[in-house]
Design a binder for this molecule. Structure first.
Ligand code: 13P
Length: 248
C-alpha cells in the first residue's frame, strides 16, 4: 500500500524567521499519522526548518539543486550541500523552473540521477500547459517527460521517486483539475512507469497531484485510486490550511 504524501511548496515565500514561526505554529496543531509530510522551502530556510521540525517526522525539501558536487556554477547549490544539512527531499523540474530558468528534460534527468545517488528523494514534477491540453496532447507530452526524466534510473531507485503531476494551467490559478482529470493523468503516468519498470514497481511509486489544492478540494482529489498525495503551493503557506490538507 502506498502511503499518502503531502508536500508544501513554499516557492519564493517567507524569510527564515517566518519559516520557524510557521514550524512552531504547525507543530502545536499537527498530529503525526500515516501521512508523510514535507515542506519545500527556499535554501536559506532549510537549515532552520530542519532544526525546527526535529523529532516530528516532518521532512524538509529543497526546491532545486545542481547535478554536480561542486564547481564554478555561481548561484547554484549541490546535493552534498543539501545532504550535509539533512535535507530529505528535493523538488526537481517544477514547471516554474522549466519555464523561467531554462530547465529541460535533460537537466531534470541529471538532477534526478544525482539526487538518487546522494540519497535525497526526488519529487519530480511534470505537467502540460493549457495549449498542450487544448491540442489534446497532454498524455503524449507528460509521457515524454516521464520517459526522459527517468532515463537511466534503475528500478530499485525508481521506487524512491515521487512524481508530482502539476498541470500548468491549474497552478496558482484557482482552476483545479477535476478529480477525474487528475486521476486520468495520474493513472496514465503510472501506466508509463509500468511500461518502464513493470507492475510491482509502478504500484509502489507515489504520484502526487498539484495545482490549486485547497482544504476544500483535497479529500476528493486524494480519494482517487492513482493520486497518492499532493504538492501544495499557496495553501501550504498558512499552518491551519496546510494542516487541513495534511489531515484530509
Ligand atoms: P498552487 O497550489 O499555488 O496552485 O501551486 C501548485 C504548485 O506549483 C506546487 O508546486
Amino acid at each position: 500500500m502506498r502511503k499518502p504524501f503531502i508536500a508544501g511548496n513554499w516557492k519564493m515565500y517567507k524569510t527564515a524567521a517566518q519559516a520557524v514561526e510557521f514550524a512552531e505554529e504547525f507543530k502545536k496543531i499537527y498530529k503525526a499519522s500515516d501521512v508523510r509530510v514535507a515542506i519545500a522551502a527556499p535554501f536559506t530556510q532549510l537549515w532552520a526548518l530542519k532544526k525546527a521540525f526535529e523529532g516530528t517526522g516532518i521532512g524538509v525539501a529543497a526546491q532545486n539543486m545542481h547535478w554536480e558536487d561542486q564547481g564554478a556554477f555561481t548561484g547554484e547549490i549541490s546535493a552534498p550541500m543539501l545532504k550535509e544539512i539533512g535535507v530529505d527531499y528535493v523538488i526537481i523540474g517544477h514547471s516554474e523552473r522549466r519555464e523561467y530558468f531554462g530547465e529541460t528534460d535533460e537537466t531534470v534527468n541529471k538532477k534526478v540521477l544525482k539526487a538518487l545517488a546522494e540519497g535525497i528523494l526526488p519529487i519530480l514534477c511534470c505537467g502540460e500547459s493549457l495549449a498542450v491540453r487544448e491540442a489534446g496532447k497532454e498524455k503524449e507530452f507528460v509521457g515524454g517527460q516521464i520517459r526522459a526524466d527517468f532515463a537511466g534510473v534503475s528500478a530499485e531507485d525508481a521506487k524512491k521517486v515521487t512524481v508530482a503531476y502539476e498541470p500548468i494551467w491549474a497552478i496558482g490559478t484557482g482552476k483545479t483539475a477535476t478529480p477525474d482529470q487528475a486521476q486520468e493523468m495520474c493513472a496514465y503516468i503510472r501506466s508509463v512507469l509500468e511500461e518502464l519498470y513493470g507492475d510491482d514497481i509502478s504500484e509502489e511509486i507515489a504520484i502526487q497531484y498539484g495545482g490549486s489544492v485547497k482544504p476544500a478540494n483535497a479529500s476528493e482529489l486524494m480519494s482517487q485510486d492513482d493520486i497518492d498525495g499532493a504538492l501544495v503551493g499557496g495553501a501550504s503557506l498558512k499552518p491551519a490550511d496546510f494542516l487541513e490538507i495534511v489531515h484530509f
